[in-house]
Design a protein around this ligand. Sequence first.
Ligand SMILES: C[S@@+](CC[C@H](N)C(=O)[O-])C[C@H]1O[C@@H](n2cnc3c(N)ncnc32)[C@H](O)[C@@H]1O
Length: 297
Amino acid sequence: MGNVPQKSANIESDSLACVRTANALLKENRVGEAKRQVEQALELTPNNTAIRRLHKQITLLEKNEPRRSAFEHTEAQQYEFDFWESWMKKDFLSGYNYFEKTRAEGKKLAGWCMNDGGFFVKEKDNWERFAEYLNDKVCLEIGSGPEGALSRWWWVKKRIIIEPLVERFKNFQLENCNKTWFADDIKLYARCAEEFIPELSNAIDGAILCINVLDHCVEPMLALQNIAKYARPGCHLFLWTTLWRSFECDEGHRNITINRTAFERNIIDLGFDVLSSFDKHHDTPEMIGYGCRAIKK
Ligand SMILES: C[S@@+](CC[C@H](N)C(=O)[O-])C[C@H]1O[C@@H](n2cnc3c(N)ncnc32)[C@H](O)[C@@H]1O
């Protein structure tokens, strides 16, 4: 599922203002000052469990202790499938039929999160050039969901998807609609991105897509390490993830880190040149996100 709205409506506005200030301070790594803001919020709303939890997390940050994650991946996956099942029932055929029509016309559409409010928004020419470049390349998508972007890139020489639920999505689509986004020529791995797949080492020379996935992983940094190992020099990376939710995460999402700079530093240290980065949460201060377009050195 995409970005879930935060449960801020039940928090008094003064208290919410303190939490927002705290978040702004945390972005600058000013943990002590952020903690004082949260303490002020707690004075105003002492019984608010979300703020109490935030206070506890900041106390751990202050002590430099990694936060122990209570994230339960099996539950998260069931949550994910339940969400997508109802989505597929409603939206599968309209999206797929449109794709078949445009494919028959030879159109090379970028797909969700690439041109639709995504990486190639208002960059039609750039997308067309990039699509041509991918003709003879190998591309990988991590955590495609039931559809993803790569399933639409019919012209790419070789396509690979790593998605723990991919067989369930494919079976559901075939059983209910007699069609599937996961065409026979796409190599599917029904595995988690944290599991290293040796045959993919240094094998991806076109692009790797990882959109809205890392905050669903048990070990996001391990998933990123594997992505770096799969990427051959010159391979493009398109990444977007929410990093931090100040309020309660639901059973499908986890917090990764509050520190965007450190997160980006990891990507650079893994051998990528970050060409551009963004945060789609700039108008929702309760959340911090990180997206980038990068290229493997
Ligand atoms: C929010 S969906 C995103 C789907 C798609 N990328 C999009 O943006 O619409 C997250 C996807 O990540 C998958 N996922 C969860 N844990 C994963 C893991 N450890 N490795 C790879 N994919 C994972 C889920 O099954 C789910 O399909």
